[in-house]
Design a protein. Structure first.
Ligand code: NAP
Length: 324
């Protein structure tokens, strides 16, 4: 066991080499928390740590350790690292996540046509020289935003999405619970999404299972996810009342939300909440979000720093408690 400093607080942030995760590390470190910045890719992780040190000089407050949340041996090795180095864990931020789509092609197609049309319209405008100029300002009519409804989702992508967003967070959490239980204020923040609210799942069986915290078990969540994958495979998503766009992402976050409630119910000493950071400009949505990463991460950091006796088992939309 490491030599834990009673006053120092220790945190782990998953998926922290960029986006909301990286900004959460900054927020925690600037509050004096010792943070393990984790990334599945070692090079990207070290680069992020170096960048933080150059920009903010967080020196010994930020350390790096590899973590791929979908790889149990990677999770085990991180837990061992934290155990040896700090002896306990105070804050776990489950932030790592994927959209479940390959948005690359889709966005470049949009950007390609957008660029073409802007070019075409500016040439046209120079010929016309009339007062219809406002029609030709970039962004009018043909915006390079992602049309999520058009994005195809294969079985493999959906599976990877559930494995990362739900099972990854769940297995990381389970592995850290013994070290969290050594903290006098154990905190878990699950970075979720409003896309996972139960109102988007019209499959009544799934919704009632996920909403019944008292009787919920990990096995029941597994059953819901298995049924979802089966219906996806059989082409029955719409018929069976599952979300039909951003589908696996929504289901993965719904599972994460229910798991949060289950854990809060089971471990009364834990403070565990989930939060939708809002629509944030990051790679996950090809920077089509509205809020800055600073703004998005602020909601996560606020929950990670809640004082003793704070609410647990809640879903927050940014700073406000909202309904599951
Ligand atoms: P992002 O910039 O794409 O960051 C996602 C992070 O997760 C990256 O560091 C990525 O690592 C990491 N990751 C992916 N798979 C992983 C794995 N198997 N193991 C470990 N790390 C993994 O997107 P973001 O917006 O910051 O997303 C962070 C969280 O916020 C996600 O859970 C997302 O669902 C949630 N969220 C975001 C928004 C939004 O508007 N941006 C809204 C609601 C919720 P690589 O760099 O190696 O890919």
């Amino acid at each position: 066991m490491g030599m834990a400093d009673a006053k120092q607080r220790y945190a782990v942030v998953t998926g922290a080499n960029k986006g909301i995760g990286l900004e959460t590390v900054k927020g925690l470190a600037s509050n004096g928390i010792k943070v393990v910045l984790t990334a599945r890719d070692v090079k990207r992780g070290y680069q992020a740590v170096e960048e933080l040190k150059r920009e903010f000089g967080f020196s010994d407050l930020v350390v790096f350790h590899q973590l791929d949340v979908t790889d149990p041996s990677s999770v085990a090795s991180l837990v061992e690292f934290v155990k040896i180095k700090f002896g306990r864990l105070d804050i776990l931020v489950n932030n790592a996540g994927i959209s479940g789509f390959n948005t690359d092609g889709m966005v470049s197609v949009h950007i390609f046509f957008y660029t073409l049309s802007v070019l075409f319209l500016s040439i046209l405008k120079s010929f016309l020289k009339n007062d219809l100029g406002f029609l030709f300002t970039p962004g009018f009519g043909c915006h390079p935003k992602i049309n999520w409804k058009e994005l195809p989702q294969t079985y493999e992508m959906a599976e990877k999405c559930l494995t990362t967003n739900y099972y990854g967070a769940k297995e990381t959490t389970e592995a850290f619970i013994p070290l969290l239980q050594l903290s006098n204020l154990p905190m878990i923040v699950n970075v979720s999404s409003e896309a996972g609210l139960l109102k988007y799942i019209s499959n009544e069986w799934a919704r009632s299972v996920l909403d019944d915290t008292e009787n919920l078990t990990e096995e029941l969540i597994d059953e819901v996810l298995k049924e979802y994958m089966k219906d996806l495979d059989d082409g029955l998503l719409e018929k069976k009342g599952w979300p039909t766009y951003l589908s696996a992402y929504m289901v993965s976050k719904a599972a994460m939300n229910s798991y949060t409630r289950l854990l809060a119910y089971r471990h009364q000493k834990l403070c565990i909440n989930c939060v939708c950071p809002g629509s944030v400009k990051t790679d996950i949505n090809r920077n089509t979000g509205i809020l800055s990463v600073e703004n998005g991460a602020a909601s996560v950091v606020r929950l990670a720093l809640l004082p003793n006796g704070s609410p647990s088992g809640h879903f927050f939309t940014r700073q406000e408690v909202s309904s599951f």
